[in-house]
Design a protein around this ligand. Structure first.
Ligand SMILES: O=C(O)[C@@H](CO)OP(=O)(O)O
Ligand SMILES: [Mg+2]
Length: 428
């Protein structure tokens, strides 16, 4: 038996950052290596995502995962014992076949993803390398540009404001570490401004400030003030990234902005966003229109795609076929990469490969329900994706990931290349 042969797989029921149960998988190998990984969970989900298996019923709001945990221990483990963890593609193919459904509804994407990632960690340990190096080899030197949430809204903050994520990016920072330094000051400044104005209600699911604005645009204005107060030049040193998460308030070409009590059609949404783009230094915009509004997505991309990032999340759901179709239709130019939207690492990587093939940029992303798991940081580095979005700057399930990237940047030393300017070449 090879030292990377799987000798045991255990499912464990643990808890995520929203206080909901989630799945942890532990994979052990013949040579003594061990990998652990935990599944995250989204709140603003696309209808094409692979699905978590939840128990339903009354316990923990129906979010319990006893069935998914049992699937790991009772079904996946026996099917993978004796399998070589170093063969990720083969292992994931087995998981896909064992599940047998298009969206992992039988075993649960939370079960399959935890095992897929835990096996990757174990295989890397058996090979004597951290996962990022194991995946990317000597070429893995690109430190991602972080997209960091300053204000949270939408489904992550009781729908108090319609737009979900107000983030900053620091393309002019010289390193990942410096980008975090800058963002920490901006995060603090934003909190101080909102407190002074009596607009601070707490923090949202990903740790960004939970605001009490009475128009969505106030968030943009606050963000610009915060960038300035922290001592940076908005637009030149620090830019704004938005996740509109429009699927959450739009369907069938109608968009309902609850905060402002108005409803817009696709053209109205596009006009509103173009107005914001003209007035604020926005360099990246995710899900500007709903997942079902393909024409709107293409029209918006035609307007602005040559000068900024148009990111598909709910629309593309980390799916290679959808990415190719979107490219053919001229919709979006960047894909959000979320492993649990597919349920295995191999399918996630296939989406990133498709993105590169069609000339799209990528952003590896966490979910709004997270844990201490840092696998996505290793994927961003190992696959050379160039951007990383994991929420705010002030909650430990987020900081675990930013801090892991700092460790990797330190390990790379002089070989580290910060993606900053390069990935946003489109917008400058
Ligand atoms: O929409 C998103 O991009 C994510 C992260 O911000 O949210 P969720 O995990 O709730 O889908
Ligand atoms: Mg999103």
């Amino acid at each position: 038996m090879a030292k990377s042969t799987i000798t045991s797989i255990l499912g464990r029921r643990v808890w995520d950052s929203r206080g909901r149960p989630t799945v942890e998988a532990e994979v052990r190998l013949e040579g003594g290596a061990r990998g652990i990984a935990l599944a995250p969970a989204g709140a603003s989900t696309g209808s094409g995502e692979a699905l978590d298996r939840r128990d339903g019923g009354t316990a923990f709001g129906g979010y319990d995962v006893k069935g998914a945990v049992a699937a790991v221990t009772e079904e996946i483990a026996p099917a993978l014992l004796g399998f070589d963890a170093a063969d990720q593609a083969g292992l994931d193919a087995r998981l896909i076949a064992l599940d047998g459904t298009p969206n992992k509804t039988r075993l649960g994407a939370n079960a399959t993803l935890a095992v897929s990632m835990a096996a990757a960690h174990a295989a890397a340990q058996a090979a004597g390398a951290p996962l990022w190096r194991h995946l990317g080899g000597e070429a893995a030197t690109l430190m991602p540009l972080p997209q960091i949430q300053i204000l949270g809204g939408g489904a992550h903050a009781g729908r108090r404001i319609d737009i979900q994520d107000f983030l900053v990016i620091c393309p002019e920072a010289t390193s990942f570490a410096e980008a975090l330094d800058w963002t920490a000051e901006i995060y603090r400044a934003a909190g101080a401004i909102m407190k002074e104005r009596g607009l601070l209600q707490g923090v949202a699911d990903e740790g960004g400030w939970w605001p009490a604005f009475d128009a969505n645009e106030q968030a943009l204005e606050t963000l610009v003030r915060a960038i300035e107060r922290a001592g940076f030049a908005p637009g030149r040193q620090v830019a704004i990234a938005l996740d509109i998460a429009a699927t959450d308030f739009g369907k069938g070409g109608r968009y309902r902005l609850g905060l402002e009590g108005r409803e817009l059609d696709t053209d109205g949404m596009i006009r509103m966003l173009l107005g914001w783009l003209a007035a604020y230094p926005i360099a990246s915009i995710e899900d500007p229109l709903a997942e079902d509004d393909h024409e709107g997505f293409a029209a918006f991309t035609r307007e602005v795609g040559a000068r900024m990032q148009v990111v598909g999340d709910d629309y593309l759901v980390t799916d290679a076929a959808r990415i190719r179709a979107a490219a053919a239709a001229g919709a979006a130019n960047t894909v959000l990469i979320k492993p649990n939207q597919r349920g295995t690492l191999t399918e996630t990587k296939a989406a990133w490969d498709a993105a590169r093939e069609v000339g799209y940029a990528g952003i590896v992303s966490a979910r709004s329900g997270e844990t201490e798991d840092v696998t996505i940081v290793h994927l961003a580095l190992g696959w050379g994706v160039g951007q990383l979005k994991v929420g705010s700057f002030a909650r430990s399930e987020r900081m675990a990931k930013w801090n892991e990237a700092l460790r990797i940047e330190e390990a790379l030393g002089a070989r580290a290349r910060f993606a900053g300017r390069a990935v946003l070449g489109r917008s400058r």
